[in-house]
Ligand binder design. Sequence first.
Ligand SMILES: NC(=O)c1ccc[n+]([C@@H]2O[C@H](COP(=O)([O-])OP(=O)(O)OC[C@H]3O[C@@H](n4cnc5c(N)ncnc54)[C@H](OP(=O)(O)O)[C@@H]3O)[C@@H](O)[C@H]2O)c1
Length: 293
Amino acid sequence: MTNTKAKKSPVTLIGLGPMGQAMAGALLEAGYELTVWNRTKAKAEALAERGAAVADSPAEALRAGGPVLLSLTEHAVMYRVLEGAESDLKGRTILNLGSDTPAASRAAAAWAEGHGARYVTGGVMSPAPGIGSSSVFSFYSGDRAAFEENKALLEVLTATDFRGEDPGLAQVYYQILLDLFWTTMTGYLHALAVARAEGVPVGTITPYLIEGNDMAMFFEGTSAAVAEGRFPGDEDRISMDAASMEHVVQTSRDAGVDTALPEAVLSLFRRGLDAGFAESSFARLVTLMDAEG
Ligand SMILES: NC(=O)c1ccc[n+]([C@@H]2O[C@H](COP(=O)([O-])OP(=O)(O)OC[C@H]3O[C@@H](n4cnc5c(N)ncnc54)[C@H](OP(=O)(O)O)[C@@H]3O)[C@@H](O)[C@H]2O)c1
């Protein structure tokens, strides 16, 4: 596709997995002067045809100028990729959109700042097809001035939500949402496995899985209970919850489906009973998980 839009400022993007590819496409579409580098160079070919410059090394990509977007699997990859190019980090702004722990993000920011760069952490709350849309967003934290200066660039990718100057904070929010995402999605897969084992077509069960439980209502009610520390057992009691969970485990077992996931949940419920919470609401189980215990 020919890009007829006016050229904007230069930007470097390192990492062309599904996310980097989508980001590169959005940046080219917006008219940025894009330089890319990827370990597997073939992934840059289609982008080169669309106008991206393809660097032969990470150091060459850094020297192209402008902010440096990183879209790598995890921060250990960043150190590996930028090893030997540290002197080219001086005076640059790194916008790291890859996933890692808050501690790893803080260490990465200190490392980058130690080489004279400004550092912003990002946590993208969208799969690749959402990149380029303002209806999805990313968490950011770290160097506030660097974020503000590059906000227009970042908004080409997704809407932005700056959480604060602690470079770990974007990953605190991101990992909390990913905690919910992966545990929920794994539960979703387990439900599909039970449906399939029982001969219920995926297409039949899916609308019930989406609409059958008002999860927003349950999330809000549970948040209110945890925030207030009130677990009166007036709507549900852990004694009932544990019995219900026994039925889920047994239904899975009877269907020949792996029970590891529901058994992990049941074991938490049983710990709740052992702790004397039988008459309390489900939300009290948080006290068995959280750091305050
Ligand atoms: N995919 C999603 O839906 C999604 C959504 C939100 C956030 N994220 C996060 O965004 C980041 C990028 O996602 P992705 O799906 O594009 O990740 P990915 O498939 O893991 O690819 C990321 C990049 O890391 C590079 N890489 C991995 N190991 C390397 C190494 N040892 N040396 C050099 N380069 C290496 C890959 O290079 P090669 O091409 O050479 O393998 C690729 O360019 C991740 O942190 C991910 O958690 C992903």
